[in-house]
Design a protein around this ligand. Structure first.
Ligand SMILES: Nc1nc2c(ncn2[C@@H]2O[C@H](COP(=O)(O)OP(=O)(O)OP(=O)(O)O)[C@@H](O)[C@H]2O)c(=O)[nH]1
Ligand SMILES: *[C@@H]1O[C@H](CO)[C@@H](O)[C@H](O)[C@H]1NC(C)=O
Length: 589
């Protein structure tokens, strides 16, 4: 019995203990989570208030942080001793680190200091271009099937049309989403800044190279502008000369008297490419390649250049390559664009002429630039493309743009060397506002091509094309490639703002354009290439149907491969880095 009682007591003891524990727990929970004790609403308000205060404090800290960094920027580093410099640098790097951790705390603040990594930028651009590639593939296959169906199974034609239209909408939405990434990922400010910084950097180097202190002793490279070809081709010739000059660190002297577009020479239209050194003479003169000590070297056209220096397209300066790879989808186009930016600084008269014409014509964005190259080019160097082909891509660009913004009027700037194109386009596309001047096209006719009025026409056309939001043209024409290159000066990365009806981008006289396979490929048809991941392929062209043609450098097979299975290989060359400019500056300070 006592044993049983004892047992009961035991149980009673436990019971009391358990009740006690439970009460304690409840008290504990209530005191720890005030939400349960007081009204939920009031505590919510308190939390919000506290959070708001914390955020405000953080924002104030961030401002102070920025001010501190400004102050440090103003302190001239050069007037301090080594220890002081180091202390400041340490402190600055700690500030930056603090800022980074602040950025990553998910409060939605994005500081302009934040940078994307290269992998992210490459991936973002790759998704964009492969979305297009996927659509080229599906679209072209569906068209094939639709054509076949119209012969053997007409009842299927409508269903295929439906697939085509919904598929296109689907693609457009994907492109829109990838595009949106650049607006929401917080790196837009960085892209702008990096683009400006890089441009300022190279423009400063160009200025330094082109304005030697003593022209009598300066090493020079002499080029004659008068290559026997059109304006676009001559500009590319000048750019090539500039690349070699920059690579060889020789001031470029450009001979342009008797220029076929303007007899008096380049300098009446554009600013001279040097303020201090335009005299081509020197103590010793030799034809390319000459040697290190030769003061003046004459450079031939790229077509007969031998030996070929490493500074030719598609190579970009090695010291800039990591930054360019991250910022830009096609670094060589950026590089050519920068040289054109330097070369084509307009004289005041030219700038006024451009400004007046733009106003008169009512040039207004958004606008799509369309270049239709006809006359002497068609049938010899390039195939004919009807206006509808160009306009289909213009339409699609605007369909896409309308996902982003309201478009008041679908506007096109139409440039052509054939005035009939403008009339035809205006008749066929009355719902478009088509800006263009048939008298410009008239002067572009082969018989009057090399005249002053023709020169102004082509300068204007290229300028307007380059100022557009998007370009539709044939990259077989240098006119359009020049416009595309100059366009890069107006965006951090405009490499995807075009649709070429024929070639991919190239530079006349360039070295092989190679791509690297990222996926292997087992041919399904005899026209297809066998690829192992890592293979180098010399690309000949994109067929805009999901496939590109090229030569596999490992197997020498010339065949088609799926365009998405490769990535571009960015070529670099050891150009000088002009670091003495900064040393010189330090000394001046
Ligand atoms: N104003 C104007 N002129 C043009 C246009 N298209 C071609 N031209 C003229 O035709 C020339 C064509 O020569 P390039 O500039 O070398 O360009 P391309 O189209 O590659 O032609 P080719 O050199 O003949 O293969 C231009 O420089 C202009 O003078 C155009 O749209 N507008
Ligand atoms: C620039 O080039 C010179 C000579 O090749 C080299 O010594 C120097 O380290 C380079 N400077 C930078 C900042 O890369």
């Amino acid at each position: 019995m006592s044993a049983i009682l004892k047992h009961v007591n035991y149980i009673g003891c436990y019971r009391i203990l358990i009740v006690f524990l439970a009460v304690w727990l409840i008290v504990l929970v209530i005191s720890a989570f005030p939400m349960l004790s007081t009204s939920i609403a009031t505590s919510d308000i308190k939390t919000t208030e506290r959070l708001t205060r914390a955020l405000a404090d953080l924002e104030a800290l961030r401002k102070q942080n920025e001010e501190l960094q400004e102050i440090f920027k103003d302190i001239s580093i050069n007037n301090l001793n080594e220890e002081q410099k180091e202390a400041i640098e340490n402190f600055q790097s700690r500030l930056t680190k603090a800022e980074h951790s602040f950025n990553s705390n998910n409060l939605g603040y994005i500081s302009p200091k934040e940078e994307p990594n290269t992998q992210y930028e490459l991936l973002r651009r790759r998704i964009y271009s492969n979305t297009n590639e996927l659509w080229y593939f599906v679209h072209s296959r569906l068209l094939d099937i639709q054509k076949r169906a119209s012969e053997v199974a007409p009842e299927l034609v409508d269903s295929i049309a439906y697939l085509l239209s919904l598929g296109l909408e689907h693609k457009r939405s994907l492109i829109y989403d990838v595009e949106q990434l650049t607006e929401v990922d917080g790196y837009a400010t960085w892209r702008e800044k990096e683009s400006n910084d890089l441009s300022n950097l190279v423009q400063e180097r160009f200025k330094y190279l082109q304005n030697p202190e003593n022209c009598n002793t300066a090493k020079k490279l002499v080029c004659s502008l008068n290559k026997g070809c059109g304006y676009g081709c001559q500009l590319h010739h000048a750019v090539y000369c500039f690349m070699v000059a920059y690579g060889k660190k020789r001031t470029l002297i450009m001979k342009s008297k008797g220029w076929r577009y303007h007899k008096a020479g380049w300098e009446e239209i554009f600013k001279p490419i040097s303020d201090t050194c335009t005299n081509p003479s020197g103590e010793s003169v030799a034809n390319w390649p000459g040697n290190q000590d030769t003061q003046v070297i004459n450079l031939p056209i790229i077509d007969s250049l031998s030996p070929r220096p490493p500074f030719l397209p598609l190579a970009v300066p090695e010291d800039l390559a990591p930054r360019l790879t991250r910022l830009h989808g096609d670094p060589i186009v950026w590089w050519v664009g920068q040289i054109l930016k330097y070369l084509l600084r307009p004289q005041e008269k030219t700038a006024n002429m451009i400004q007046e014409t733009m106003t008169k014509m009512g040039f207004k964005r958004p606008i799509v630039g369309v270049h239709v190259r006809r006359t002497d080019k068609v049938g010899t160097e390039a195939a004919y493309h009807g206006i509808d082909e160009y306009m289909a891509h213009v339409d699609e660009y605007y369909n896409y743009l309308e996902l982003k913004q309201a478009v008041d009027k679908r506007r096109v700037y139409l440039a052509s060397d054939d005035p009939k194109v403008l009339t035809e386009a205006r008749n066929k596309y009355p719902h478009y506002e088509i800006i263009g001047d048939p008298s410009i096209s008239k002067t572009a006719a082969v018989s009057t091509r090399y005249s002053d009025s023709s020169l102004f026409g082509i300068i204007l056309d290229i300028h307007m094309l380059s100022m557009s939001d998007y370009l539709v043209c044939t990259f077989s024409s240098q006119v359009c490639r020049v416009a595309y290159e100059i366009m890069q000066n107006y965006y951090p990365d405009a490499s995807a703002r075009f649709r070429s009806l024929d070639d991919i981008y190239y530079y006349g006289g360039q070295n092989a354009h190679n791509v690297v396979a990222v996926w292997p490929h087992e041919p399904k048809r005899s026209s297809e290439m066998t690829i192992a991941a890592g293979d180098l392929i010399g690309i000949a062209g994109n067929h805009w149907n999901g496939f590109s043609k090229g030569r596999n450098l490992r197997t020498n097979q010339i065949a088609f491969y799926p365009s998405f299975k490769v990535k571009d290989k960015i070529e670099t060359a050891k150009f000088p880095n002009y670091s003495e400019i900064y040393k010189k500056k330090e000394n001046e300070d």
